[in-house]
Design a protein around this ligand. Sequence first.
Ligand SMILES: [Zn+2]
Length: 141
Amino acid sequence: MSDQLPRKPDETLPDSTSPYGPCPRCGRLSNFTIKVSAPVTYDGGSMAVGGMQHEPTHDEQLTVLQCQGCHQNIVVIEEQYVGGSRTRDGGTRSGPVEWRGVHWWPTPGMRPGNPDVPAAVSEAVARPPAAWLYKRLEQRR
Ligand SMILES: [Zn+2]
């Protein structure tokens, strides 16, 4: 049994765990540099961060990724997975921590005919972002 998500296909949009894929700006298959991440939704827990200080934990974050092709930044909203399970669904709380993108900015395909968004990129997000994951999980049964 794997305790990690299956490897992200190249044609799926990038996130901080798998910073590669089509760039929503330039449309090229590219690698991305993580610029910054910040919490979006706190999950009610907290974690000791050195000494006496406790930081609230979060299961949703935003990450700014820089495309190594066009050198522009994109924003990804990501959900936390621990040991291959989405944190928000409960389940295991041990194993590798991964972040999976669920929303991207700029949004490819949001404005059809926008010359800034290549058709190939619009196509890549026309299906639900996690469809590939569910398909893999079904195949395992
Ligand atoms: Zn780019």
